[in-house]
Write a protein that binds this ligand. Structure first.
Ligand code: MN
Length: 129
């Protein structure tokens, strides 16, 4: 057992870069422990991840705002405050904010995350979720 205390007042958020489009900030709230990592992630309007997969899956808990989650080969699905998303192991997907709203989710990631290419503008919904 290990307790991860809430972040201190002097803790710095991390701006996420090369595998995200737009401005994305993250607070690591549980560093990788037994292949489980938990991050609070803030996506500014229009920001999203690149395409990626998770070795053992991922749970997203939307805590504020609204946005999109998209499985490869399917249409993006709206997500908003209170929604929970289960992403199956090795399922190719992306997630992020709507064009007109920020979105904050707690992401519980299981195993290794494998990053792929950027989500093309043509595949990102211009309409607000
Ligand atoms: Mn993911």
């Amino acid at each position: 057992m290990k307790v991860f205390h809430a972040r201190g007042q002097d803790a710095l958020s991390e701006e996420r870069g090369p595998t995200f489009t737009g401005t994305v900030w993250a607070d690591p709230i549980m560093p990788a422990t037994d292949k489980v990592t938990i991050n609070n992630v803030f996506f500014s309007p229009g920001a999203r991840t690149f395409w990626h997969t998770h070795e053992h899956g991922q749970v997203l808990n939307v805590v504020a705002g609204c946005g999109w989650v998209c499985k490869a080969g399917e249409a993006p699905q709206q997500i908003r405050t209170g929604d929970i998303v289960w992403i199956a192991p090795h399922e190719r997907h992306w997630h992020g904010a709507a064009a007109g709203s920020y979105m904050v989710h707690t992401a519980t990631s299981l195993g290794v995350t494998s990053w792929e290419e950027e989500v093309a503008n043509k595949d990102y919904p211009a309409a607000s979720a």
